[in-house]
Structures are given as C-alpha cells and as structure tokens.
Design a protein. Structure first.
Length: 118
C-alpha cells in the first residue's frame, strides 16, 4: 500500500486548506482511511477517519470545522479544513488500515505540513 498526500501549506487563522491523499497498491476492500497529525513535541493524534462504508470519526478539537470525505472508486480521501487555528499547526499524515485493525497497523503517507500563523 502506498499513500500519496498533497495540500497543506501556510494559512492565516480563520483560513481554509484542503488535504488530499491517494492510495494505491494492494488496498483492502473494507478499510479505514483518514488523517492524523503531529505537532512539535507532541504525540501523533487522530484528526478524522472514515470507513469504506462511510462512517466518520472526528477528534473533538476539529468537529464543526473539518470535514472528511472519500471516493471509494478512486481510493482517495480528502480533508477540508475551515476556520483553522494556530493549534492546528502540525504535520498531517494520511493513513489507511484494514477495517477492524488497530491503529498500529496503519499504513502512513509521507506527511504534509500545515502552518496556521498570522
């Protein structure tokens, strides 16, 4: 499994960004795709994930601001981030795992930096 992420960059507080990730290779037909992030000096944390069946899970800190979506035909996942805050600054990692597997079984993309600053 290979994950190629795109998007990210520098944005002012209150602004928006969109992250996209495309999966290729031997992809499990029933899976979970999504995004985690890691800020400097902190552990990697969940941002949002979505199952191939459409169930979504968001971190409390991003609910109402971020929207995750996926295309099961193209094997892509997108994270629309609105009303960004400085505390959203982090490296964002796309992930994919078999449905029912633990996070430790995630495949990871290369990471893309999101910086929210004025």
């Amino acid at each position: 499994v290979q994950l190629q992420a795109s998007g990210g960059g520098l944005v002012q507080p209150g602004g928006s960004l969109r992250l996209s990730c495309a999966a290729s290779g031997n992809i499990f037909s029933v899976n979970v795709m999504g995004w985690y992030r890691q800020a400097p000096g902190k552990q990697r944390e969940l941002v949002a994930v979505v199952t191939s069946g459409g169930f979504k899970n968001y971190a409390d800190s991003v609910k109402g601001r971020f929207t995750i979506s996926r295309d099961n035909v193209k094997n892509t996942v997108t994270l629309q981030m609105n009303n960004l805050k400085p505390e959203d600054t982090a490296v964002y990692y796309c992930c994919l795992r078999r449905a029912g597997a633990s996070v430790s079984n995630n495949y990871w993309g290369q990471g893309t930096l999101v910086t929210v600053s004025s």
